[in-house]
Write a new protein. Structure first.
Length: 661
């Protein structure tokens, strides 16, 4: 084998083994922090605190710690201490020259959460938490208190600056203290922890596990003069989520004063669930869910189980009272618009993506539904008067929903008099065409982000599956049989071809929103071809628009900007100073809903292009190209004659660059 390698010769310009870079230890974290904490902005900075306090919370949830102390010092250091078991300091059997503490602090994917022996439930199993904090800290100290002795170890930017040292005897309880200061080289000189945000995060953890006491300390010099954040506080809520809900809704009018709350272990002993729920009169509620104290803003399997349990329990109770209308109740009536706090503790949780925003653990839906359904049945039976009032209010809500739906469908019925709308269409509430718009997006993933980002009153979303049919080259049978185009026509309600009647269009603007890449441009071209050939009056009257989603996100500390393409990115880079973190969006489905809203969907901030119809077309890049009618141009590029497209591509091949081969 050695002879084989020796026989391979390389010239200096060759690609060889010397060109392969191997990143060791925590170097990958510092090189690409966005992969581990989501970026280098303020949210990423505060994510470091989440990682450290989550470890302390895991000790508390496991029953090994009863208090956690958070101290924010004037020197910018943040410390988190618990009275748990303390991180092990003995030698690791696999690495006998290192302590377990050193391995945990300097090695990715190490910790006590993988085997399930140290923790039955924990806030994630990526095993990168505290080591990532270490990598992204200018300085970090760890103090471990075990059996009357204190041990200390120190690091800077992921590298050990002080080996594990016995400080001496101590009367302190067992536990761990992590004290760290974020690295300005990563987060920027102007980036600092905000006491308001730290306090809110600590407070939410105390609510999520009612058995823990969180002691808060903040140097007064770090608070604004009129800040309401205390310098010292003890956060302990014996009522857990119910306490939070009562405080959050203290000024709200409720349908019933009772809060439906409870906690129970799953029937198979694999975990437990806690919840609190109330019904505001105005229906302006929220649904906040958590798994192992980790927030899941996109919901998931635990939310699905809760929704199913409440809906089934309320319908069943109504049917026992011989209320026939109760059989028509849905989760939209029973759960939407309510105020819900839901928290589950399970073993080996599985999340969608590294950001852990959605729980996808199989079987959790069934477990949550089983426990909550039984408790809801008993709660309704024990609160008969309140249950009757609640049921009547929910039935009124259901009747109002059905009435509004009927009126909307009647007013927006299609040219064929059908009242049905596509099932995957997320319609808007407003019936005024002048203020409404429909976003056409590619696929369910992008559709999910768009539905989260939209204004439900005026913005509707219709996900389309992949690249739609090219109507310029398709047969009539294919056109009439294509389900995606049927759904699109049905949603618009204005008919197609000779029967296209713009006055019957259900939305004032149709916005084509595709990925900011070549595939996205192709899909947009196919859609514009469809509108040109099948609904041309909509183009003529200016109803069709193109969204302009960003391709890049540039961030530096708390400053961030979005670029639509490479040229825009280079322009924006000139407005930054120093190191800039650049992330490329793979598609709309990869964008967080709030980013999609801010950059592409919010009418107050976005930019959109109106699609216009020129009578003729001339390519200014080719001076000898003749002016041709638009219809001929569309037929050449999209029609049934491939030789026309080949000629077009061949004549412009020298303009192509940066192709991925």
């Amino acid at each position: 084998m050695k002879d084989l390698f020796d026989s391979v010769s390389h010239t200096p310009s060759d690609y060889s083994a010397k060109d392969i870079e191997v990143l060791e230890g925590l170097e990958p974290v510092r090189r690409r922090p966005g992969m581990y904490v989501g970026g280098t902005d303020e949210n990423a900075l505060h994510h470091l605190f989440s990682e450290v306090i989550d470890n302390a919370m895991d000790e508390a949830v496991a029953g090994h710690a009863s208090w956690i102390e958070v101290v924010f010092s004037a020197d910018g250091f943040l410390s988190v201490r618990d009275n748990g078991r303390g991180i092990p300091i003995d030698r690791h059997p696999k690495f006998p020259d290192k302590s377990a503490l050193e391995i945990i602090m300097t090695t990715l994917h190490s910790g006590g959460k993988f085997s399930g022996k140290a923790y039955k439930t924990a806030g994630g199993l990526h095993g990168v938490g505290v080591s990532v904090v270490n990598a992204l800290s200018e300085a970090l100290e760890v103090h471990v208190f075990i059996k009357g002795k204190e041990w200390e170890m120190a690091f800077s930017r992921g590298l050990m600056t002080q080996p594990l040292t016995a400080v001496g005897a101590t009367k302190s309880e067992n536990g761990t203290l992590v004290r760290f200061k974020p690295d300005p080289e990563i987060f920027g000189e102007e980036s600092h922890f905000r006491p308001e945000k730290l306090y809110k995060m600590a407070r939410s953890k105390a609510y999520l596990f009612k058995g823990v006491e969180i002691r808060w300390h903040c140097d007064p010099a770090l608070l604004e003069p009129e800040s309401k954040i205390p310098t010292k506080d003890v956060l302990h809520f014996p009522g857990g989520l119910a306490d939070y809900l009562k405080e959050a809704l203290s000024e709200e009018s409720l349908i019933i004063k009772e809060v439906f709350s409870g906690s129970a272990k799953f029937n198979d002993g694999s975990g437990q669930v806690e919840w609190a729920m109330a019904w505001p009169v105005m229906g302006d509620g929220f649904f906040s869910s958590y798994c192992n104290t980790i927030s899941t803003p996109l919901g998931g399997s635990h939310e699905a189980g809760f929704r199913q349990a409440l809906t089934k329990a309320i319908k069943s109770y109504g049917e026992r009272l011989s209320l026939k209308k109760a059989s028509h109740l849905t989760a939209e009536d029973c759960v939407d618009g309510t105020a819900v706090m839901l928290s589950v503790f399970i073993r080996d949780p599985h999340f969608q993506g590294q950001t852990k925003e959605k729980l996808v653990t199989p079987g959790v839906t069934r477990l949550v539904e089983g426990v909550v359904k039984d408790m809801a049945d008993h709660w309704l039976s024990d609160h008969k008067e309140a249950a009757q009032v609640l049921l009547n209010a929910l039935i009124e809500r259901m009747e109002d929903r059905l009435r509004r739906r009927h009126e909307k469908e009647t007013q927006r019925q299609t040219a064929t008099r059908r009242l049905r709308l596509p099932g995957k269409l997320a319609d808007c509430l407003s019936e005024s065409r002048e203020e409404t718009e429909l976003f056409l997006v590619e696929g369910d993933s992008a559709g999910g982000s768009a539905k989260q980002a939209r204004d439900r009153k005026t913005q509707a979303v219709l996900p389309l599956r992949g690249k739609i049919l090219n109507v310029a080259s398709a047969s009539t049978d294919k056109l009439l049989g294509n389900q995606e185009l049927k759904d699109l026509s049905l949603a618009l309600g204005c008919g197609t071809g000779k029967d296209c009647r713009p006055e019957k269009l259900r939305y004032g603007r149709i916005i084509i929103m595709t990925d900011a890449d070549v595939d996205g441009a192709h899909i947009a071209s196919l859609l514009m071809t469809y509108f040109y050939l099948e609904m041309r009056p909509l183009l003529e009257q200016g109803h069709i628009y193109l969204a302009l989603p960003p391709l890049y996100r540039l961030s530096q500390g708390s400053k961030s900007a979005y670029a639509r393409d490479d040229e825009d990115k280079e322009r924006l880079l000139k407005t930054f100073r120093g190191k800039v973190d650049i992330s490329r969006f793979k598609g709309l489905g990869e964008m967080a809903w709030n980013q999609l809203k801010e950059t592409t969907m919010d009418p107050k901030q976005r930019q959109i292009l109106k699609v216009r119809l020129p009578e003729t077309v001339m390519d200014e890049t080719l001076p000898d190209t003749p002016i041709i009618p638009l219809a001929e141009f569309v037929d050449n590029l999209m029609g049934r004659r491939p030789e026309k497209r080949f000629s077009f591509i061949q004549s412009r091949a020298h303009f192509a660059y940066n192709l991925d081969v």
